[in-house]
Write a protein that binds this ligand. Structure first.
Ligand code: COA
Length: 449
């Protein structure tokens, strides 16, 4: 499914704006290197590609078929896919289990099984895989490549989040819309991404799992190797009812899900921003080697707020030994503080920040750093971002460093620069702390710290 030699788009439409047209366009424009076969009995050529009347007429190998025709015709073309020797099918079409048509859903699973094909969906927006430059979705075409694999049961939310990751400069290794999970389920994908070199962390938007024991067994294995973040929706009674009519999922008791996540070391995020905040930090930073964390700040207030957040997210602030405190004193006026938060004071320039950061990175007793900045007229955010980037260039990313820049649009621009360099930066300190806390929680679960 992820490394196909050839892809057929069954229902590739001639009309721009139709799903079958946009998927074909995305596959072509994102630069997929394998063979592309549009299938449509009414067309000869679409977007410069030769069109075949049926998949059975395709001369080359088709490993993946994307099916974009109305539900009632899907079973018939699946038979043809099976006869052609297709390995995996992604059924975009809606109108199966989610609207009570369970028999139709069972039928397409049966046909797939009969031919040894795996089936993704139905009721999905497609899949994206960075290593093969395969964007077989009807979402945005300019997805940033990175090392977060994103599995989503919600289609529209998934597509919306694809756009959001572009805006937030978050890179993805894969996106898989699982929809009704008639065959391929989260656990299958966890197994795959666990071994996928490009993927460092797996993020799942989930409304329900079909096979709880198997999910737990696999998740337990995978988390030893890679962190998993889950956004589990349908927590409330009404939310669970909404999930049932959305993807036909039984959302189940939230207490049971919470317990399962705890036992398997899954990090449970409560909202989209939190999930991606954590994923960004974990994807970009080395894992912590210990618990001892310091806060470097130019603002007392943000330092205090971050200190509270450290308690909330179980991040341990160290007491600085006297020799280390002396080192940090070099970068602050006499009225600064080395009590951790290390307060460089409002008069700190990028030079003091850089000096303190270098000290923190070099000393092995410090395992993680939270760097906070409040916008002042003394230090321009852009210069500070450059100084941080330089320190990292010289010293390497040897330990987790999360950054927060609180201020106006100059801060937003500086944080964009940092994020593009793989240095996670957040507009409020709590988000930086929560991201570090999530990484610490995983490292603790696997016994690394
Ligand atoms: N083989 C190949 N192509 C076929 C075909 C077949 N057996 N039968 C029809 N086609 C062609 C059609 O001629 C059409 O091409 P054209 O536009 O050039 O004429 C194209 O395939 C699509 O068929 P059409 O009947 O126009 O369907 P549609 O585009 O209106 O709807 C779906 C198809 C799959 C998009 C629609 O049924 C659906 O399920 N929509 C919801 C999808 C969704 O939201 N999924 C979840 C996302 S989160």
């Amino acid at each position: 499914m992820f490394n196909p030699r050839g892809v057929a788009i069954i229902g590739a439409s001639r009309k721009p704006g139709k799903i079958g047209h946009e998927i074909l366009k995305n596959i072509i424009e994102y630069g997929y290197k394998g063979e592309i076969y549009p299938i449509n009995p009414k067309a000869d050529e679409i977007l410069g590609k030769k069109v075949y009347k049926s998949i059975l007429e395709v001369p080359g190998t088709v490993d993946l078929a994307i099916i974009v025709i109305p539900a009632k015709f899907v079973a018939e073309v699946l038979e043809e896919c099976g006869k052609k020797g297709v390995k995996a099918v992604a059924v975009i079409s809606s109108g199966f289990g989610e609207v009570g048509k369970h028999d139709m859903e069972e039928e397409i699973v049966e046909i797939s099984k009969k031919y040894g094909m795996r089936l993704l969906g139905p009721n999905i927006f497609g899949l994206f895989y960075a290593p093969t430059q395969l964007n077989a979705t009807f979402g945005p075409k300019d997805i940033l490549q990175g090392n977060i694999a994103f599995i989503t049961q919600s289609g529209a939310l998934g597509i919306a989040l694809m756009g959001w990751t572009i805006l937030e400069n978050i890179g993805l290794s894969a996106i898989v819309s699982v929809g009704n999970k008639a065959d391929i389920d989260d656990d299958d994908l966890l197994e795959y991404f666990s071994k996928d070199e490009k993927t460092k962390i797996i993020l799942i938007y989930m409304e329900g799992v079909k096979n709880g024991p198997r999910f737990i067994k696999i998740a337990k294995e995978v988390t030893k190797n890679k962190p998993i973040i889950v956004l589990k929706a349908g927590r409330s009674k009404r939310g669970a009812m909404a999930a049932a009519s959305h993807t036909g999922s039984l959302a189940g008791s939230d207490t049971i899900y919470s317990a399962a996540f705890k036992q398997t070391g899954i990090l449970r995020a409560m909202n989209v921003a939190e999930a991606f905040d954590w994923a960004r930090a974990i994807a970009e930073l080395p894992p912590p080697e210990g618990e001892d964390t310091i806060i470097i700040t130019n603002g007392g207030g943000v330092g205090v707020m971050a200190t509270d957040a450290c308690e909330d997210y179980n991040v341990k602030l160290m007491n600085l030994p006297e020799d280390l405190a002396q080192e940090f004193r070099k970068y602050m006026p006499p009225f600064g503080s080395v009590k951790n938060p290390i307060d460089l004071t409002g008069q700190a320039s990028e030079k003091e920040f850089a000096g303190a950061l270098k000290t923190a990175l070099k000393d092995d007793r410090i395992h993680a750093v939270i760097l906070l900045y409040c916008q002042t007229a003394i230090t321009d955010p852009n210069s500070l971002a450059d100084a941080i980037i330089n320190v990292i260039k010289e010293n390497g990313k040897t330990k987790p460093l999360v950054i927060s820049m609180v201020g106006g649009k100059e801060c937003a621009e500086a944080m964009k620069k940092l994020n593009l360099k793989g240095l996670p930066a957040y507009p409020i300190p709590e988000r930086a702390v929560s991201s570090l806390g999530a990484y610490m929680k995983w490292a603790r679960y696997i016994g690394k710290i």
